[in-house]
Design a protein around this ligand. Structure first.
Ligand SMILES: CC(C)(COP(=O)(O)OP(=O)(O)OC[C@H]1O[C@@H](n2cnc3c(N)ncnc32)[C@H](O)[C@@H]1OP(=O)(O)O)[C@@H](O)C(=O)NCCC(=O)NCCS
Length: 442
């Protein structure tokens, strides 16, 4: 039997401690390419790559309090070989973009945010990619003309809407499930065959902040935050371990620190164990390439904000990659902050058995709205006191029980604490002629 989320995470949580985990995922949805495609004459749109985006949100709870959160966007990019005319995609990229990670300091036991982060990324790389490809919401839905009059839109008059609703209720023989399938299956969803050759990638922007997901949590004096350089080293060590444990030897790791000399960047890479770490990024292009055709556009990402700004300033078709990185560090949002960096890895994983996602592990929401709604129970709370962590837990568990008759996934940790080897300092008696020996009292 393949492993599930709990089996993977237990190795990253403290021994014998019971945690709960919320794992939300939205339905896979086709999106426009994340890297702007250079317009070419005679481009046949049907032959272009397909990009599918999936949102994952994890929140870890202990003692009925949410204490850690992380959001990762997964992109599956199906690529068609140039000379292949059939409809199958020959290769694909699975790209994980770490959007946010945060703690709030209200955990009653010591757990390692580093370990849980590593465990969650390992889990995402272990998911069978076919999980994302079976039922994909297309960019545009092609509703058959015969059914169009049965749809209720903003333009539908009240009388007509009631009529349509009554008609739907009268479809007496169809069970709820059948109706769901008959209305929502083909042609409303796309499905794709899983390509055999999948390159796994991970990319993130390290930028410290007081808080990302748990508003006001910086007011908790027990919350531990890292400096810019500390955060960079923290992520580097997580990703380096993942490269060593999950990736083939010819995979690559890249680090870029906008505004820093390669020599300085290499200093950060000195401690890594994986051999293929280099200065740079995984986005491709040369110093003279236009940034817009190399840099991916992720949501809520400083690089993307800068690209949008270049569009507004009418400079996007003249800014090359070298200028892009140089100007990025000059931006206001970086001026006040400390070291920021872009880390990326790319290669083939050595995971022997991909795992199949189950309802127990993952709550797959039907719409992005529902995903945001549940996530908002956590991110919409204020964490200046412990109340926030308790209340968000209470609200999420109540909602899951009431709406879906389900509960959070429980995980009992199995990781024995790392014993820090302490240097034994031998205390030698200090012998000095300047110390007068006291006469023993009799
Ligand atoms: C990034 C973040 C989630 C990491 O959490 P963390 O608790 O610092 O991470 P870890 O549990 O892995 O601990 C890292 C180190 O700090 C130490 N540490 C943790 N809590 C501590 C505390 N209260 N006091 C002193 N040291 C502490 C750990 O022992 C560990 O040390 P080690 O590396 O020698 O083992 C946290 O700093 C945070 O929430 N930052 C704010 C949001 C942010 O900047 N996110 C980054 C997104 S890119």
């Amino acid at each position: 039997m393949s492993k599930g989320l709990a089996d993977i995470l237990k190795d990253y949580l403290p021994k014998d401690k019971t945690f709960d985990i919320l794992h939300l995922q939205n339905s896979p949805v086709e999106v426009r390419p994340i890297v702007t495609v250079e317009a070419q004459d005679n481009t046949d749109n049907d032959l272009s790559d397909v990009t599918i985006k999936i949102l994952h949100f994890f929140s870890l709870a202990y003692n009925k309090k949410f204490v850690f959160g992380m959001e990762i966007h997964v992109y599956i990019i199906l690529k068609k070989a140039e000379n292949i005319s059939n409809i199958d995609y020959s290769t694909a990229d699975r790209l994980l973009f770490v959007s946010k990670a945060d703690t709030n300091g209200y955990c009653d036991v010591k757990f390692s945010a580093k370990q849980i982060t590593k465990g969650l990324i390992r889990y995402l790389f272990s998911i069978n990619p076919s999980h994302y490809l079976k039922k994909v919401i297309p960019l545009e839905r092609k509703y058959p003309k015969s059914n169009l009059h049965k749809l209720i839109t903003k333009e539908t008059k009240l009388d007509d809407a009631l009529h349509i609703l009554a008609e739907r209720c009268n479809e007496s023989s169809t069970t709820k499930e059948m109706r769901y399938q008959s209305t929502l299956s083909e042609p409303y969803y796309n499905s794709y065959k899983t390509p055999s050759d999948i390159t796994s990638k991970l990319c993130l922007f390290t930028r410290p902040a007081d808080q990302y997901l748990f508003a006001e949590s910086s007011k908790n004096p027990k919350k531990h935050t890292l400096s810019g350089a500390g955060l960079l080293k923290w992520w580097l060590s997580i990703i380096d371990e993942l490269l060593c444990e999950l990736f083939m030897e010819d995979s690559i790791g890249k680090l870029r620190i906008p505004g820093e000399e390669p020599l300085t960047i290499r200093r950060y890479l000195k401690t890594t164990k994986f051999k293929n770490w280099m200065v740079g990024d995984i986005f491709g292009g040369t110093a003279n390439s236009l940034a817009i055709f190399s840099i991916p556009l992720f949501s809520d990402d400083p690089k993307s904000r800068f690209l949008h700004e270049l569009v507004e300033e009418n400079r996007v078709l003249t800014t090359n990659l070298s200028t892009f990185w140089m100007e990025l560090q000059e931006r206001q949002e970086f001026k006040l902050s400390e070291t920021v960096s872009v880390i990326g890895i790319s290669g083939h994983t050595i995971i022997p058995n991909f795992l199949n996602v189950t309802n127990k592990d993952t709550m797959i929401t039907l719409s992005k709205k529902e995903y945001k709604y549940i996530k908002n129970y956590i991110t919409g709370e204020e964490y200046n006191s412990e109340e926030g962590a308790l209340e968000s837990y209470e609200n999420v568990t109540n909602y899951l029980a009431y709406k879906f008759n389900t509960e959070l996934l429980s995980v009992i940790g199995g990781m024995t604490p790392r014993v820090k080897t302490q240097r034994v300092v031998e205390t030698q008696p200090v012998v000095s002629i300047l110390q007068p020996r006291k006469k023993a009292k009799t």
